[in-house]
Design a protein. Structure first.
Lengths: 637, 283
């Protein structure tokens, strides 16, 4: 088992170097494909191997690794300082230096005496994370092969640094694996910082002014989170002699301040208000970056840490503040999406909103809530990744992100439209993933014994109504039908095979996790929760039967879409424009004999839900909650 | 045993719903000093629609409408067989989604506006439904309808605020004025027939039937609050429907902005207030 874990952490780093050095074109494509296959196979094998095994912790005392830890952190600092000088940014290097000084102080005062018992561990939660990272993450890397080819074809002026791009992608995966298997907080911190750096490099890939600005925004915020993490480590060791994650979770009567600091790091990483701007800014990067950041890596690292800490957070002021931050972020980001027409931004706000629910679950800290949080990670990763990939494919054909240009996608790209349907169904249609999580979340929230319970219920009720609104708008645009000439229907031909493979695999997985979720729950999630809380949570068999029936009924839609273009009795008639239509369709006679094209635009109720004012309100409210969370130590006792 | 009530609903609801629609039209006519159509007229209409030549605007609309009907029937069946209320609400949302998609797929101006407004209506009504389920859980400790009723708690006493919200949203769900913004039973609406403008023949018949199923399901929802005393329950339910007819005939259509803002405010104040009060009362 330990060997598989070490392989999963180490191999992506090797693969990163390999794909960087591989000659451009075919050899690199092959290298990426093989590495992806190896990583996903290894993570599936790991999961299979852990099926009937209990949680395990490993001493793993390796002198070389321990010696390399601090220099590695120093190297990260140097890289950041160098990039800061190169792009004339002061704040990020300053934060990096502060962080380094904290770690330097720690190394000097305590470095010699550190004696962690167990450096690595594996439990069912990290198995699930490994599956998400290994399978979804490598499918995204695979997708990038043909996506980046088309991307550079469309932007010939951009420097083609694809080798470097894939290098960072694999680096990211390696760091994520390290993160979910590290029990030693110092290990975890190093991997945490590597994910910060790799996301920064990926966002800034194109080196356009926008990309540079937003990449530094992400870096600055996440470095601030890193400082909180570092302070937490110092505090924990100096006061309690704790340097391992399992000891933090098991500790009784531990001070709230270090826990709050760790939570702050998690909140920043999972892009909660008031820190959501870094993830939204990350939209400037090529699509595989967004897919990776939003689904299987980065933001999930934050939620992972928070859910790990959940048992400590239950009924504390820190937990309560997390609930408020997450809940408010969910509600406001869902409402903002009502007036958002840039599809990538819709996806981004929806990510932030869903992460908000996961954060709230961690803050609640009951066993039901943790169950919801973990299932949420799985469902969200698959569906959101799929949606980003299909939006990327669309972008490479139509060069647009505006929802208003997604009309008639089902006619222009029927296969892609079906992928959209599966992805969007995963986001809000029962009985697909996110609805299952939301359903269980309602039950978990109702069982809270504080005023938070009615507040969260209101938040969920309004938030999910909004969710339904904007997803249906997008779905409706995609599924609107209009006859068009044959050449318009040829757009799909040039989509690369890597892209198709990755997207259909995603679609298959999202259907599989929806049908098989009781299995996922029973095999991985419930044992994990039972291990911590002593009892567990699951969805009853009767309800599962109801959901299977719904699922069977839903099969009608994709079949209908597949049949589109085949023989079926219907007669396309002119649409009704009060009898004033001219030339077949889609134009009508306006005043004084003028001809007007019909164009249909969605409602965007921005007078009620304007992005700016909602963001402002949410950011200031959540900033207050963060402050209370940090000061919780002094208000609670 | 419970499942039998679900089956009874599936079989009988269209007859009851059609009859209800017939009585509704008759009463409405009388309020407007007209004679009105025969009570069985809705059935004649639907039978006639099935006999019409197929004239669909595209290949997707019919499957969408079929899904809409199937999910509406399923929602009601889940309700009357006493299943999990949250699942039932999710099924209802799926049904609404399909109706909107059927309108979108036509790619026509009037049905497009109808679809947009229908979405606004769902946005207005959905929070109340979830909160009612939450309230029932808070009072009885279960989402399963029959178990909740069997606890003997008099829901109306604990959830008066939520009942008020539900009644407000009832008008939206029944597509009555002042909230019949997406689709009206009268063809002289400013957006023609709104969501059903491009729907004809058997597809329109499916829409009518699904509407019957929906109404009977909604009546059950009202009844639920008074289920502890069936006689009182039936009386209140019928009274509520009668009140809706009066409201329908005495109100002008509102703008969608008003629909959204008013229903959200009412939900927030009375629904939210009800839940907070439940918490303070230690439920």
């Amino acid at each position: 088992m330990l060997n598989t874990i070490l392989f999963l952490i180490g191999f992506p780093f090797l693969a990163a170097i390999l794909v960087w050095l591989a000659p451009a074109g075919k050899p690199r494509a092959v290298a990426v494909r093989v590495s992806c296959a190896v990583i996903s196979a290894a993570s599936v094998l790991l999961a299979a191997g852990m099926l009937h095994l209990p949680d395990q912790i490993f001493p793993f005392h390796n002198g070389l690794v321990d010696k390399m830890l601090f220099p590695a952190e120093a190297l990260l600092t140097v890289i950041i300082i160098w990039l800061g000088i190169k792009y004339k940014k002061a704040l990020a290097p300053a934060l990096a230096v502060i962080q380094f000084l904290i770690m330097f102080y720690f190394e000097m005062t305590c470095g010699g005496e550190l004696a962690p018992q167990y450096n690595l561990y594996i439990d069912q939660f990290s198995v699930i994370m490994a599956l998400v990272i290994g399978v979804i993450g490598s499918l995204i890397c695979l997708y990038a092969v043909s996506y980046m080819r088309d991307y550079h074809r469309h932007y010939p002026k951009l420097a083609d640094r694809r080798g470097y791009f894939f290098f960072v992608l694999f680096l990211f995966l390696g760091a994520m694996f390290g993160l979910v298997f590290s029990n030693n907080l110092l290990y975890m911190f190093l991997f945490w910082e590597i994910t910060t750096l790799s996301s920064f490099l990926l966002i800034g890939y194109t080196r356009t002014p926008d990309a540079i600005k937003n990449s530094f925004l992400a870096l600055t915020m996440n470095l601030a989170g890193g400082i909180a993490f570092a302070l937490a480590i110092v505090f924990l060791y100096k006061s309690y002699g704790i340097i391992e994650l399992d000891k933090v979770v098991a500790a009784k009567n531990i001070a709230l301040l270090p826990v709050a600091l760790l939570c702050l790091a998690g909140v920043i990483k999972s892009a909660q208000m008031p820190f959501s701007s870094w993830l939204l800014g990350a939209m400037v990067a090529p699509t595989p970056t967004s897919a990776l950041l939003h689904s299987s890596t980065m933001v999930k690292a934050g939620v992972f840490l928070l859910l790990k800490l959940a048992p400590v957070l239950k009924s504390t002021v820190v937990g309560d503040m997390l609930v408020l931050i997450g809940g408010l972020t969910f509600l406001l980001c869902s409402l903002i999406n009502l007036s958002e027409r840039n599809v990538k931004k819709v996806l981004a706000y929806s990510t932030v909103a869903n992460l908000g629910l996961m954060v709230a679950c961690a803050g609640v800290g009951s066993y039901e809530a943790v169950w919801v949080g973990i299932m949420f990670i799985v469902f969200h990763a698959v569906a959101k990744s799929l949606l980003f990939l299909v939006v990327g494919t669309t972008e490479n054909r139509f060069y647009t992100k505006d929802m208003e240009n997604f009309d008639n996608m089902v006619v222009k790209m029927p296969k892609l439209a079906m992928l959209y349907v599966i992805g969007i169904a995963g986001m809000f249609v029962a009985p697909f993933g996110l609805v299952i999580s939301k359903w269980a979340a309602i039950e978990a929230f109702l069982k809270i014994d504080s005023l938070l319970s009615p507040i969260l219920m209101l938040i969920l009720a309004f938030g999910s109504a909004a969710t339904m609104f904007y997803w249906t708008q997008l779905l409706g645009k995609i599924l609107s039908v209009r006859e068009m000439p044959q050449e318009e229907k040829q757009r799909e031909i040039r989509v690369g095979n890597d892209e198709w493979f990755s997207e259909w695999a995603h679609a298959g997985i999202s259907i599989a996790v929806c049908v098989l979720f009781p299995l996922i729950s029973r095999v991985w999630v419930e044992p994990y929760i039972a291990g911590i809380y002593g009892h567990s949570f699951g969805i009853g068999e009767g309800n599962y039967a109801i959901m299977l029936i719904m699922f069977a009924m839903l099969v009608i839609i994709p079949l209908a879409i597949l049949r589109y273009g085949k023989k079926m009795k219907y007669s396309a008639d002119k649409t009704y424009v009060a009898g004033r239509d001219i030339d077949e369709n889609y134009a009508f006679e306006c005043a004084i004999d003028t001809r007007k094209e019909i164009s249909l635009k969605n409602y965007y109720p921005s007078e009620f839900f304007s992005e700016n004012s909602l963001l402002k309100a949410g950011n200031s409210a959540c900033a207050v909650f963060i402050l209370l969370m940090i000061l919780g130590e002094f208000t609670w006792r | 045993m419970e499942i039998i009530w679900g089956i009874v609903y599936v079989i009988l609801a269209p007859f009851a719903g059609g009859l209800l629609a017939g009585v509704d039209r008759k009463l409405t006519a009388r309020m407007q000093r007209r004679v009105g159509p025969p009570v069985l007229q809705p059935f004649y209409d639907v039978l006639k629609l099935f006999g019409k030549e197929n004239f669909e605007v595209n290949r997707l609309q019919f499957p969408f409408m079929l899904c809409h009907l199937v999910f509406m029937v399923y929602t009601g069946a889940l309700f009357y067989s006493g299943s999990d209320m949250l699942l039932m609400i999710f099924a209802l949302t799926v049904a609404a989604t399909f109706l909107v998609l059927a309108a979108y797929s036509a790619n026509s101006p009037y049905s497009f506006i109808g679809a947009q407004r229908e979405l606004v209506l769902v946005l207005s009504a959905e929070p109340v439904l979830i909160l009612v389920a939450a309230g029932v859980f808070k009072v009885t400790g279960t989402f399963r309808l029959y178990e909740a009723v069997a606890t003997g708690n008099e829901l109306i006493k604990f959830l008066p605020g939520l009942f008020l919200c539900l009644f407000y949203v009832f008008t939206i769900k029944l597509r009555k004025s002042p909230f019949d913004i997406s689709y009206s039973h009268h063809a002289h609406q400013e957006i023609v027939k709104g969501i059903s403008t491009e729907i004809s023949g058997r597809t329109l018949a499916l829409l009518e039937i699904s509407h019957w199923y929906e109404n009977i399901f909604l009546l059950g929802f009202i009844f639920m609050f008074f289920a502890f005393s069936p006689v009182l329950g039936v009386a209140v339910t019928l009274l509520a429907y009668l009140a809706e007819i009066v409201i329908d005939n005495s109100n002008a259509r509102l703008r969608w902005q008003w629909t959204l803002v008013s229903s959200w405010l009412i939900t927030l104040i009375f629904g939210g207030g009800n839940l907070v009060a439940l918490y303070l009362a230690g439920r």
